[in-house]
Ligand binder design. Structure first.
Ligand code: ZN
Length: 324
């Protein structure tokens, strides 16, 4: 009972901070949109084969596109998420039955060795498809050092039979060694993903931006002589660690600047997530998002207990160890 009343007091004190700011204003990111991302070919169908195999590059880029779209709040539907075969009609069915707002197909080209560059297709005469294709083409042009072959029209099956504005991106030529080096390079694949994200943001009238870092999970473990808190981040972020004192105890704060918090699956009180840890070093952890920053507040039993903090990358993780 004593622990519960301490919790309530702590939560009341924390509640003196302004209330949780749950999300950015409507229209500031891609939340509310469902986007189908289609990695061309797969399984028994390798697509074009040259210096690299098309199906592999398509999937690697498509998964990164899906990741950044989701980071910006979009609901993403993938037609495949591994190396397996999906028919063209199967792909269309996935997009149509999910009632996607737009359809983005990722392919790579083949041709004579001298052929090089990227191009973006939409269906013949599609007005919205042309707008989406134009924005995505312009954004790829900014980030990818390949020749821009422009926006083109075609009657490809997935462009024709999907019920929503649809584009098909030929990212580069697998038959050209320079192109193949770009499209199979992981850092360039992320650039394709961000370029496509920016094109999609423009299409939906959302300000072009990269998604803010998200605290995706808060994990903890008591190691006896120290208590470890691990924040799993979607990307790296600036953070500070400091102590604050409330009348009821001491709190170690991990402040992550310009970041957002996903649903931690913990109980919520007045906009604060909280969980008991079972540890005597740090019995309760609270978390909230306020003023565009994330606050992880760790109640500690020893005043100003020593701690160390560091980051681990890929994926980005913030680790704080609190010593007893
Ligand atoms: Zn293809």
């Amino acid at each position: 009972m004593r622990r519960i009343s301490a919790l309530i007091i702590a939560l009341m004190l924390l509640a003196l901070l302004p209330a949780l700011n749950p999300a950015m204003a409507a229209g500031s990111n891609l939340s509310g949109y469902t986007i189908c991302v289609d990695a061309g070919h797969g399984g028994k169908d390798p697509g074009a084969v040259g210096y690299v195999v098309e199906k592999d590059v398509n999937l690697a880029i498509a998964l990164k596109v899906a990741h950044v779209l989701e980071m910006d709040g979009a609901n993403v539907v993938l037609t495949r998420d591994g190396d397996y075969f999906v028919t063209l009609s199967g792909r269309v069915q996935i997009a149509n039955s999910a009632d996607c707002d737009i359809f983005i197909s990722i392919h790579a080209n083949s041709g004579p060795n001298s052929a090089s560059g990227f191009e973006v297709y939409h269906y013949y005469g599609s007005y919205k498809g042309n707008i989406l294709a134009t924005y995505v083409d312009q954004e790829i042009d900014k980030l990818i050092p390949l020749r821009n072959r422009g926006v083109k029209e075609a009657g490809y099956y997935v462009l024709k039979y999907t019920h929503m504005p649809a584009i098909l991106i030929e990212t580069g030529f697998v038959t050209n060694s320079y192109d193949a080096g770009i499209i199979s390079d992981e850092s360039y694949q992320w650039k394709y993903a961000y370029a496509i994200l920016h094109g999609v943001q423009r299409y939906f009238g959302v300000p072009v931006h990269d998604p803010v870092p998200t605290v995706e999970k808060v994990r903890f473990a008591d190691h006896g002589n120290y208590f470890r808190v691990v924040l799993d981040m979607s990307k790296s972020a600036n953070y500070h660690v400091y102590y604050t004192s409330y009348s009821n105890g001491h709190h170690l704060v991990i402040q992550i600047d310009n970041a957002q918090l996903t649903d931690l699956g913990w109980p919520v009180y007045n906009g604060w997530y909280y969980t008991y840890t079972g540890s005597s070093i740090a019995p309760i952890i609270y978390a909230t998002e306020y003023g565009g920053n994330v606050f992880i507040v760790i109640e500690v039993n020893t005043a100003y207990a020593p701690y160390s903090d560091f980051t681990l990358s890929n994926p980005d993780r913030i680790v704080v160890d609190i010593y007893s």
